[in-house]
Design a protein around this ligand. Sequence first.
Ligand code: CUA
Length: 349
Amino acid sequence: MQAGTPLFPVQASTMASRVDNLYFFLIALSAFFTVLIVALVAYFAVKYRRRRVDEIGAPIHGSLALELVWTGIPLILAMVLFVWGASVYFALARPPAETLDIYAVGKQWMWKFQHREGQREINTLHVPANVPVRMIITAEDVLHSLYIPSFRVKMDAIPGRYTQLWFTATRTGEYHVFCAEYCGTNHSGMIGSVYVMEPEQYQAWLGGGGAPQGASLAQTGEQLFTQLACVTCHTGGPTQRGPALNGLLGSTVTLEGGQSVTATPAYVRESILEPMAKVVAGYPPIMPTFQGQVSEEQILALTEYIKSLPAQGGGAHGGAAPAGAPAGTQPAVPDGGTAVPPGSQQPQR
Ligand code: CUA
């Protein structure tokens, strides 16, 4: 299992040492000033103690040099912490352009993980080493928080919203997964393990070595698309009453009333659960809600299916712009990013 000191989990991701170094610096800085201040208080209390009952303190008229020093030094220290902390934060908040995407759904009281290739796991997560992995996270019921201490990453799982975190694991092994947000009776039991594998082992595992074989997430979504009868209205032909969905994700959609939105997975999710929230221009507001009929995991599968549709073929979905997010930006929610073949690259830093 894990080595490491009793106080600190092992450093098992590229970010771990950066987070720890900042943390150790903060502790050292706090310890230094604590010792300095306590020592000076004690020393001055003795040195300047009252020796006679009628003794009166010496008048003090200020010292410009002293004022400058005790303003300047804390200012410099605060700025060092700000710049250092911000650089670590930005590195944690912005995944590399190319990541292996895995979905996480928090639910009382378990973590469900879905790989795009179709593998599904509960309370265990298999990832390749030395490949940037992005977790796209949501919750089925209440607030949870996905926490992998050895990677020094943590992100809230919020019902109705997609959040993300990313990491590049640097050593193989088994590491803890926790829920770090109180979510009810069995919150403390909402734990699991991350297994970091060599990329080749991970490929083998995806191929069925460790999990039941199944349809890919997009294929699961395709089945749902038919089962839920989405197919009736959202593909071409005489029964088409809603916009075709080819090339939808990342495109700009014009709505009834002239506004436009970018089609993110959050937009797709909302359109499935609350079809009246954003009605596409040129189509009647007739879609029924699927609230209560599809789980968050199924919505992810449907989104993956829509993502997998060829860009050509369906035609307009309301004044669409070319698909694809602007280069060099990382949206806060998943885009149409492609998975990186594990082992084909070094971590991008
Ligand atoms: Cu889920 Cu605490």
